[in-house]
Design a protein around this ligand. Sequence first.
Ligand code: AMP
Length: 376
Amino acid sequence: MPQDGLPARSAYVRVAVLGGGQLARMLALEGIPLGHRFTFLEPSPDPPAGALGTVIEAPYDDADGLARIAAGADVVTYEFENVPAGSADYLAARLPALPPPIALATAQDRLAEKRMFGELGIPTAPFHPFDTPADLDAALEATGLPAVIKTRRFGYDGKGQVVARSRAGAEAALGSLGSGLIAESFVDFQRELSILAVGGRDGSRVYYPLTENHHRDGILRLSLAPAPGASPALQAEAERLADRVMTRLDYVGVLAVELFEADGRLLANEMAPRVHNSGHWTLDGAHVSQFENHIRAVTALPLATPRMTGPAAMVNIIGTLPDPAAVTAVRGAHLHLYDKAPRPGRKLGHVNVTGRDAAEVGEGVEKVRALTGATR
Ligand code: AMP
């Protein structure tokens, strides 16, 4: 018995998360049962993760906030990739910062990311850097038309990109997007998929089944898992791609790779070095979620090989809140709200739908989509 007469506490890991949004909230919701404690560095007041640990309210590059994280945590992880490089390097010099800063730096820049995919033999749409009007002809020669022109940095949820169908359209995009761009060929894909891979600190790797993703206005609306009709060969190909990225980046944690399926081939679109919206179904559709596996990874616990409990789907709640009583009354529906104020286009929560078979899940999804306004 310790001197203060209190029983010894269990050994816990102090986990710091840069960001206090819904991803941080779900990391903590899944990490607390493992006995861990959480601190969040978050600039805005009253964040979604606030109820689950200590919040240090400061910008991501605040020297005092970073020093407090470094002094009071055993490991630091992130809920978003746009962490200032100086902050990631400062933290990585003082405590395990996982996934490693190189993964953040690569994912922050679409050009660096696509070049890495190319070096690893991972197929992508043809692309070309596109910074000044002088680059226009070379870029369009590489991509053809239509082309998708994107900002290299800070694009998310379809923001910072335009589809150019003509040379004049591409020229206009230069004005609307600013500089630091990348042009890509428009991929006439059959569907969008994602693979969620997890790397452990001991070098182990596990994978979730391919997920089929449906976007509208650049925002993920619906995910289906496993991706209907995905063959074992397609799954194996996706795992191989993710595996190469993880090896290159010495990766620890959850890595999401967004893919286009076009004529039976997989093309990598982008990666997210963090837990991902297309993996939210794992909270109810797999026996260990992406959030728990991420926390297991960064706290050096063994990874769990994901086993699905059956087919699953996820419907995002965007902009307005549905009636919680109506949603929870739907058979197989699991409501997850993020404690955020409604605002147009804002992700406020999601509903996972599970069932015995795809038909039962499909029925639940239709009811939930009607209740959440997702069919509008
Ligand atoms: P991103 O920000 O790169 O994830 O792009 C957002 C969405 O735009 C993707 O989920 C696709 O639906 C679409 N998109 C992005 N790049 C391309 C492309 N090269 N060809 C066709 N559609 C694209």
